[in-house]
Design a protein around this ligand. Structure first.
Ligand code: DAH
Length: 361
């Protein structure tokens, strides 16, 4: 009998060593240690043995059982950890990989993007970005910008006036409150608030009674102002050139033509060389360039040296008209965006037609 017990144990040990999975091991446990196992029935039948057999058989069977129980336990642990290793390897995920976030639902409006581009360039040149009120006083929009009362230049800009309710404070005078017709009023407000040197741009909404393919009652401008000691027209030209090369490409040139603005003296209009025909006015097959209308130059905005009369309005803030100089410039953001993206009608920017706007995502 003890031999049989040894046999069972040897057989069981061999089988356990072969077992490859937890399920297999469990089957073996039932076979060798379960209720119907041979070893179990030997143990159960000890009392029926001859008295002198009971001791040795019982002892051997119990040792075998204990040994096998321990073996199953060790093997079970081994298999469990091997299985864990395996599933960890198979199901490994790289948590450092980038996720796949949902696509952004929207995107910036082309005018916003153009504005930010210009801001980035000018911040790079050391300018600060300022904002000003869209509802403005006649004083800042015209008077302090050297438009004397009844000056015809006031009529050039079709102004929206804001009616001030009776008893309301208009700040003085009739027609005193208006929607700013340009961003230039911020020149005066900025100088009132900040002593020189001052380098700033003002992007923002402006308003005029005007509506066609290149005009909208609401549109956007960027104003620029640089004031300090010894600033000249050459600085203006260099600044505009640096900015426009960032916006329209490194090969661009600029030119300035004499013009008139009440708040600059001398005043100019500035053009950038056409980026489609490279300034030649003609395309490859001798065709006239439609973008610049064959001129080779594209008109962009107005500029000039700040008129000393304007400094006269902010003398108290440290702007002494006799000693300080500065330049200013202004241009439309829509015009830049239209040129950069080949948009033929300015009103398309404000129609909210997604077929148009989604082309700028
Ligand atoms: N404010 C002018 C306009 O809207 C543009 C302009 C011209 C701005 C000359 C300036 C400047 O700063 O110096 O027509």
């Amino acid at each position: 009998m003890t031999e049989r017990i040894e046999q069972i144990e040897t057989e069981a040990r061999a089988a356990v060593a072969e077992a490859g999975s937890g399920a297999e091991l469990e089957q073996l446990r039932v076979r060798y240690l379960g209720r119907k196992a041979e070893l179990t029935s030997i143990l159960r039948g000890i009392s029926e043995l001859e008295p002198d057999q009971r001791g040795p058989v019982g002892g051997a069977a119990n040792r075998a059982r204990k040994g096998l129980e321990q073996l199953f336990e060790t093997r079970s642990d081994e298999i469990a950890s091997a299985e864990l290793e395996q599933s960890l390897a198979a199901e490994r995920i790289d948590v450092t990989l980038p996720g796949s976030p949902a696509r952004a639902v929207g995107h910036l409006h082309p005018i916003t993007r153009t504005r930010r581009l210009i801001e980035d360039v000018m911040i790079g040149l050391g300018y600060q970005v300022m904002e000003g009120p869209e509802i403005e006083h006649d004083y800042y929009n015209f008077t302090a910008l050297n438009h004397p009362p009844d000056h015809p230049a006031r009529m050039l800009q079709d102004t929206f006036y804001v009616e001030v309710p009776e008893g309301g404070d208009s700040g003085g005078g009739s027609q005193d409150v208006l929607l700013r017709t340009h961003t230039s009023p911020m020149q005066v407000r900025a100088m009132e608030a900040t002593p020189p040197p001052l380098f700033m741009i003002v992007p923002g909404k402006t308003y005029r009674r005007d509506s066609d393919a290149t005009h909208s009652p609401m549109f956007h401008q960027v104003e620029g102002l640089a004031v300090g000691e010894g600033i000249t027209l050459a600085d203006l030209k260099g600044t505009l050139l640096a900015m426009l090369r960032e916006v329209f490409g490194p090969d661009r040139e600029i030119r300035m033509r004499p013009h008139f603005f009440p708040f600059t003296e001398p005043s100019v209009e500035f053009d950038v060389s056409c980026f489609r025909c490279k300034g030649s006015g003609t395309l490859r097959k001798g065709e006239r360039c439609a973008l610049c209308k064959g001129i080779g130059w594209i008109e962009l905005g107005g500029a000039g040296m700040v008129d000393p009369n304007v400094f006269g309005f902010v003398r108290e803030s440290g702007y002494e008209p006799d000693s300080i100089t500065g330049f200013a410039f202004g241009f439309g953001i829509e015009r830049i965006a239209m040129l950069r993206h080949g948009v033929g009608d300015l009103r398309l920017f404000f129609d909210n037609d997604l077929r148009m706007l989604e082309q700028f995502s």
